[in-house]
Design a protein around this ligand. Structure first.
Ligand SMILES: *Cc1c(COP(=O)(O)O)cnc(C)c1O
Length: 221
């Protein structure tokens, strides 16, 4: 299937209220342009340099989202234009985004990434760290950051019960904090090519899908 066919199939399948982020990392500008011509406007990238290069090269109505691990010293490069940062994994990073937002004269939308998978390689707040951070009230000190919701990466495993339990745990945290964090706290980012159907069943409002749309990534390049 072409990129356009895959996008159309996904749009037909995803329920209303679930936003599709097309993850274009490691795919060339031409592939993004093809998806753009098929109507896609929200793209996710995991590296700052690649995000900035594609932002420069492609139409300005694209909403570029950062989904990968972000170093504090790279925030300023994306602060003027980034649509949403999915991968906030520490208060230190929140502080850096707040300062960069202030310098750019805009409030930056972010999600707090939560680490529920067993894999040690995954980043994100541990659930108890997340609870401590939100319950402390410190989030209100970041005037140039808008916390829009939560994000997680599920376990890379064939055990769908495990994946489902992680997504249900994130959904429970999201529901718990919605009354406290207000109407802007409306985004639950979970689900990728291999597990987006489970994520949607568990209440995801935003899926991040790469390989299914663009094909396999070539890590040798
Ligand atoms: C690469 C990536 C995706 C997309 O993965 P696919 O399996 O290709 O759909 C989604 N989320 C994050 C955080 C990623 O790094």
């Amino acid at each position: 299937m072409t990129i356009a066919d895959q996008l159309n199939a996904l749009r037909a399948e995803l329920p209303d209220g679930v936003t599709l982020v097309a993850v274009s990392k490691m795919h060339p500008v031409e592939a993004v342009a093809e998806a753009y011509r098929a109507g896609q406007r929200i793209f996710g990238e995991s590296r700052v340099q690649e995000l900035c290069a594609k932002h420069d090269a492609l139409p300005k109505d694209i909403r570029w989202q950062m989904i990968g691990h972000l170093q504090t010293n790279k925030v300023r490069a994306i602060a003027p234009f980034v649509d949403l940062i999915h991968s906030v994994d520490s208060e230190r990073l929140l502080g850096a985004i707040d300062r960069a937002g202030s310098q750019s004269g805009r409030a930056i939308d972010v999600l707090l990434e939560v680490h529920l998978a067993k894999e040690l390689t995954k980043s994100g707040f541990a659930p108890d760290e997340l609870v401590e951070t939100i319950d402390s009230g410190r989030l209100t000190e970041y005037n140039n950051v808008r916390v829009r919701g939560l994000m997680t990466v599920g376990s890379l495993s064939d055990d769908t019960d495990l994946t489902r339990s992680e997504f249900n745990a994130l959904r429970a945290l999201f529901d718990h904090y919605r009354p406290r964090l207000g109407a802007q706290f409306d985004t639950l980012s979970m689900g990728m090519t291999d597990d987006y159907r489970i994520a949607v069943e568990c209440g995801s409002t935003m899926v991040r899908i790469g390989s299914l749309i663009f094909g396999a990534r070539d890590y040798t390049k």
